[in-house]
Design a binder for this molecule. Sequence first.
Ligand SMILES: NC(=O)c1ccc[n+]([C@@H]2O[C@H](COP(=O)([O-])OP(=O)(O)OC[C@H]3O[C@@H](n4cnc5c(N)ncnc54)[C@H](OP(=O)(O)O)[C@@H]3O)[C@@H](O)[C@H]2O)c1
Length: 273
Amino acid sequence: MKRFDGKVVFITGASSGIGEALAIEFSARGATVAVGARREDRLSKLCERIVAGNGKALAVACDVTVDGDVEKAVERIKETFGGIDIVVANAGFGVVGRVDRLKLDDYRRQFETNIFGVLRTIQATAAEVKARKGSFALMGSVAAYVSSPGASPYQMSKAAVRSLGDALWGEMARDGVSVTTIQPGYVESEIRKLDNQGVLRPTAKDPIPRWLMMPADVAARKMVNAIGCRRREVVITGHGKVAVLIARHFPCLLAFALRRGAGTARTSKARKD
Ligand SMILES: NC(=O)c1ccc[n+]([C@@H]2O[C@H](COP(=O)([O-])OP(=O)(O)OC[C@H]3O[C@@H](n4cnc5c(N)ncnc54)[C@H](OP(=O)(O)O)[C@@H]3O)[C@@H](O)[C@H]2O)c1
């Protein structure tokens, strides 16, 4: 199992779900972690947990939709730990609903976090990562390959992240920087309990059955392995791999399945469109 002793890892969206699990996994493998998100109380608790396990952690409050916020976080990380080796652009959420019922602003809100938030994170950290010949990891989704009815804003945003990851991989290669685009299927987290404004509805029921979801710690282990091996792309979860395989090689089969209503799960969840 690859170790990350002496490496500094910055993870956005680390106050819950996949980002939180990634912070714990990187720390368990010797990395120093800087965790970013808007909910500072959650970040502080995560840092306390990591420090209690003899790890090193720093909470940096930042909103990836606000110009300059990630830059401020990066300055704090540099002051505290001297630089950054690995950046995981993970912050994101999902806007769902039919195209003819959504407003343009719903799409703008989605892209501001899931696309421009990733871009802000990359641009604010590129100099640091290049200086250390480090790594970027971009959190995509199987949704980048499978566009089911009723979730176009989210799927469009993840398709953009996939393209961005491919381009960045080529651009950064000559600087000795690896770029891993991570495409998860269903993973346990809070994402399906957020409404279209990105507000957590704690009592909302996750529409995905538990048996289909990969625990976040298991997913994080696989993701960290892929980043450590400097892989270009990794698909996480068995059902995710099957979905991507079908999308790549049997698109007609996928289209048939989607028309039969396989894509209704996300829109049927208890949230306002
Ligand atoms: N779970 C899945 O099934 C799944 C599948 C495929 C892809 N993904 C992707 O995995 C990533 C993490 O999601 P998750 O499933 O772990 O969901 P989650 O539990 O809801 O976590 C999302 C994280 O993003 C942060 N975030 C959201 N908006 C932000 C903003 N404007 N600025 C900074 N941080 C922000 C949240 O923190 P604050 O609210 O505290 O800011 C939270 O820490 C997302 O990019 C998601 O699209 C998830």
